[in-house]
Design a protein around this ligand. Structure first.
Ligand code: UD1
Ligand code: MG
Length: 476
């Protein structure tokens, strides 16, 4: 397709979004794992325009922080006097671009291919304006397209200004347009704020251009979902649903099995290898990367983590900002967080929490354990209930455990502390000093057995049971 260096794209994102009833600006609300306006900018980038400009106003700095890192520039619209006014304030930024594509910041499902087709149609048709439209079963809330035969449009009528018979119109204005700038500016100059909000509506410029005998084209979107704007919380939920559908469908096309797909939530940047199975009710979030032939079982949440091949995540695990190498098994009910690295073949069992720890190849921590700031070698066994006491109330301290170590159950390792290669720690120990390699560390009260103690105790107790009853009887 032809290059688009003669096109500026303008994204309208200055409005508050009153209908969301929120302290957060509308375009910053999330759907499909990203703020609305970020989706729109992402769709524009591959179009290859001269520039992408975002009109900001409400919570301008927060919106800038989302769009500027993606390479968009911003224009401040203060106050926000309508979609037409947004164009007027952007005129300098649009500069000498021959065409301007205008997009609402609150319609995030738009796809690059649709934008390219819009620009192509506009250029080929030598139009003054080309509008993307959709035919909706329920067009309420949108401006309606008034056609005048063929591909041509006479005007856009905002919902509040529809006459009773125009209410039948079900072709809606998506608020996505391509304009020839030389035709747009004179038409916009004619538009007056003749509406109850006293705003300058971009939609009114269409009627003006038509009156001047200009060609206004409309392209009905093949997939009307791409045109959906988010004015309400229900709209946000609907759009989120569509994004999640699209992501799951794309992964399934690439060879991922997803069970009960409608219960699984996957963010847009997640990557998953072939033949991996994602069970029901799983969430895969952020920039998570999962290898091939893995299984992520029901109820697990994986956030910003990298999993190798053939990793098994048993049910109900929470894994964040961590790395699990190939052949690792975790869970059920494991929590792995904050830069933890589980090396190949390691096993993490139920009710085990790992924080900022490295677990070596083939090492096991199977039950009820907390390992924080720990570095553990290969083929070591961490017994049930082992705790690293890594925090002294002021600072975190490291625990270092070597290769082929055996930590007996219910041991507390008071950091900073080291246990050398091949060492044993006796069950129930509170280890406060380093244990040298091949040594046994034992740190607990010595056991004493008292012969006959139990039967003597039982006799005493039985005697005590009888004594008070006699007293009671006397009192009566
Ligand atoms: C607008 C269109 C309507 C269309 C609908 C599609 C107008 C007058 N109406 O209505 O025909 O069917 O979109 O979703 O254009 N914005 C600014 N500055 C402003 C006002 C708005 O940047 O002064 C931004 C908003 O942040 C938003 C976008 O423009 O991202 C659209 O504004 P919104 O208030 O949602 O317009 P709608 O009522 O939905
Ligand atoms: Mg809207």
């Amino acid at each position: 397709m032809a290059n688009n260096k003669d096109v500026a794209i303008l994204i309208l994102a200055a409005g508050k979004g009153t209908r969301l009833k929120s302290s957060l600006a509308k375009v910053l609300h999330g759907a499909g794992g990203r703020p609305l306006v970020e989706h729109v900018v992402q769709a524009c980038l591959p179009v290859g325009p001269k520039k992408i400009i975002v009109v900001v106003g409400h919570q301008a700095e927060k919106v800038q922080a989302v769009v500027e890192p993606l390479g968009a520039e911003t224009v401040l619209q203060q106050p926000q006097n309508g979609t037409g006014h947004a164009l007027v304030v952007s005129r300098h930024a649009i500069g000498n671009a021959k065409y301007v594509v205008v997009l609402p910041g609150d319609a995030p499902l738009i796809r690059t291919e649709t934008l390219k087709a819009l620009i192509h149609k506009h250029k080929a048709g030598e139009a003054a304006a080309t509008i993307l439209t959709a035919v909706l079963a329920d067009p309420s809330g949108y401006g309606r397209i008034l056609r005048k035969g063929g591909d041509n449009v006479a005007a856009i009528i905002e919902e509040s200004q529809l006459t009773p018979d125009q209410r039948e119109l079900n072709e809606i204005n998506s608020s996505m347009y391509c304009f020839t700038t030389a035709k747009l500016w004179p038409a916009l100059a004619e538009v007056k704020p003749n509406n109850k909000h006293r705003e300058i509506y971009l939609t009114d410029a269409i009627g003006v251009m038509n009156g001047q005998g200009e060609t206004i084209l409309a392209e009905v979107a093949a997939d009307s979902r791409e045109m959906l704007g988010c004015n309400t919380r229900a709209d946000l939920a609907g759009v989120d649903h569509t994004f999640r559908d699209w992501k799951r469908e794309a992964l399934m096309r690439d060879g991922v099995t997803i069970q009960l797909p409608e219960t699984v939530m996957i963010d847009p940047d997640v990557v998953i290898g072939e033949d991996t199975i994602i069970e029901s009710c799983v969430q895969l979030l952020g920039k998570t990367k999962i290898g091939a032939r893995c299984v992520v079982k029901t109820g697990s949440v994986v956030h910003e983590s990298v999993l190798g091949d053939e990793v098994t995540v048993e049910p109900h695990c929470v894994i964040s900002q961590s790395r699990l190498d190939s052949d690792v098994v975790v869970g059920p009910f494991a929590r792995v967080r904050m830069e933890t690295h589980l090396k190949s073949g390691s096993r993490i069992g139920n009710f085990v929490e790992l924080k900022k720890s490295v677990v070596g190849e083939g090492t096991k921590a199977m039950h009820l354990t907390y390992l924080g700031d720990a570095k553990i070698g290969t083929k070591t066994n961490i017994g049930a209930g082992t705790i690293t006491c890594n925090y002294d109330g002021f600072h975190k301290h490291p625990t270092t455990i070597g290769n082929k170590v055996f930590i007996g159950s219910d041991s507390a390792l008071v950091a900073p502390v080291k246990v050398g290669d091949g060492a044993y720690v006796a069950a129930g120990s509170t280890i406060t000093d380093n244990v040298p390699g091949e040594a046994l560390g034992i740190a607990r009260g010595r056991q004493v057995n008292k012969p006959g103690w139990a039967s003597k105790k039982r006799r005493e107790l039985a005697a005590a049971e009888h004594a008070p009853r006699k007293k009671k009887a006397k009192r009566r």
